[in-house]
Write a protein that binds this ligand. Sequence first.
Ligand SMILES: Cc1ncc(COP(=O)(O)O)c(C=O)c1O
Length: 498
Amino acid sequence: MMSLFIQSVQLDPAAKTALFRQLYGAIKQAILAGTLQPGMQLPPTRDFSLALGVSRQTVLNAYDLLLAEGYLLGEVGKGTYVHHQLPAGAVPKLPGTLGVSSSGADAPGLSQRGLRYADTRGQSRIHQDKTRVFRVSMPGLDAFPFDTWARLEARRWRHHEDQLGYSDPAGYLPLRELLAVYLKAARGVNCHAGQIIITSGSQQALYLLPTVLLDPGDAAWIESPGYRGAIAPLLAAQAEICHVPVDAEGLDVGYAASHYPHAKLAYVTPSHQLPLGMTMSLQRRLALLAWAKQRRAWVIEDDYDSEYRYSGAPLASLQSLDQSGNVIYVGTLSKVLFPGLRLGYMVLPETLVAPMLQAKTTIDKHTAIVPQMVLADFMAQGHFGRHIKRTRKLYAQRQAALLHALDTSLKDELVCGASDGGLDLAVHFKRQRDEQAVVQAGLAAGMELRGLSHYAMSPELAAAANFSAGLLLGFSSVTEAEIEQGAATLLRVLTKMK
Ligand SMILES: Cc1ncc(COP(=O)(O)O)c(C=O)c1O
C-alpha cells in the first residue's frame, strides 16, 4: 500500500504551489481517502525524498505541517505514523479539512456537518461547581455590585411597558450607543452603534463569523496554542485549520504568511494572547493588517479581557489601526462582569452588517433583552466604569500575590510567563513534568489546575508547536489569602511528585 502510494505522488516543480505544500496535500488526501490508514508508518524522510527526487527539507516541511495539524504522530528517530484517531472511512473527503477526532465520529446518525460539530478537539471545559483557587478566566464575583444590578433589574421589570415583544436583532439600541462610545474611548475602536451586533456571549460572534465568511475547505489561521472556543466554530465550518506559532510578539505573521498565504481568515487575541499572555507587537499588527488587505482576508480580533492591564503601555485595538475594513472586533462582558450574563458583541465593517443581522436572526432572533437593558442602565449611571476601575485594582493585587509566590516559594519549580494583564498567568515547569499528572494531583488536593496543553488541541500538537509544558493559573476570582494557600498547596503537590 505504502509503495503504491509513493508511486502515485506526482509533484510539479513548475507549479505555483510550493513542492512541500503539494506533498502535504497528497498525503492529507490519502489519509482522508483511507489510502493511508491510521497507525501506518510513513517512509523516513530521506527515503521518501530520494523516491520523489526532491530535497529532504521538502519532505520534512510537509511532515511538520501534518504533525502540527494532527494528521501524523511522530518523534525524531522513532518514525512518523498516521494518527490513530483518524477514522479513515468516516472522514468526509473535503479538500483541506481536518479529520474528526474521538467520540463525535462514533455517534450514530450524524450528518457530515454534525460530525464537525461533535469534534472533541473544539471542546471547552466548563466548570459549574464552586470556584476554587486557580480557576481560569473567571472574574471575582465577590467584587460585583449585585445590589445595584438587582435594583436596576427590578426597575426594568416594574416599567416593562411594551419592551417585551420581539426586538431588534442587532440588540438594544441604547446599549449599542453606549458601547460605541465606550469602545472608542477605551480601545480606540472606530464605529457607530449601527456596526454593533449584541450576541449571546462572544461565543456566538465567534460562531457566526466563520459560518458566514468561510466555505468548506477555506483556510483560517489560529494561534497555537490558542482558544478552543474559537477553534470549535472553525471545525464546524469545515475550515482548514492553520496552526500558527506564537512568540514574545504574538502570532508569527511571517510564518503564517509563508506557510498558509491562501488563508481567508485569521483569529487573534492581540491584546492578551490566550493562554500565554503576551501582547502582539505593533510590527506584527501592521504586518497582519497588510496581509489581510493584500489577500482580502478577514481578521477576527478577540479582545476578551483587555480592560485588565496592570503594566506596560496599553496598545489600542487592532481594529483602530485598520484602514481597509478587514478587522472584525469581538468583545465580551464575561470577564468585566460575569460569564453567566451571556452578553458579547461584534463590531462589523459596514458591508457585513446586513448579512450578519440575517444570520443572527436565523439562529436566535435576538439576544435576551432584559439583561441588555439592565447593562445599558448600569453603563449610563456610571457603575460600569467604576466596577472596571475597582476590579482592575483588586485583580492587580491578586496577581501581585501570585507573582510574589512564584518569585519566592515556587521559584525553583515554575517560571512565570507574560504578566502585563488579564485574569490568568501562564507558568512553565522548570523541570520535566507530566502536565496531566500535575493537574490530577492538584485536583485531588482541592485546587483547580489547567494544563497549557489544553490549548494545543492535542498532545501531538503541543509537541509539534514546541511550547513548554505548564499551567494556566487564574488569580482574579479568589482572595489573596486563597492564592497564598493555593501556592503552598501547589508547592506541596510538585515536591511530592519529584
Ligand atoms: C479568548 C477568549 N475569548 C472569549 C472568551 C469569552 O467567551 P464568552 O463571551 O462566550 O463568555 C473567553 C473566555 O474564557 C476567552 O478566553
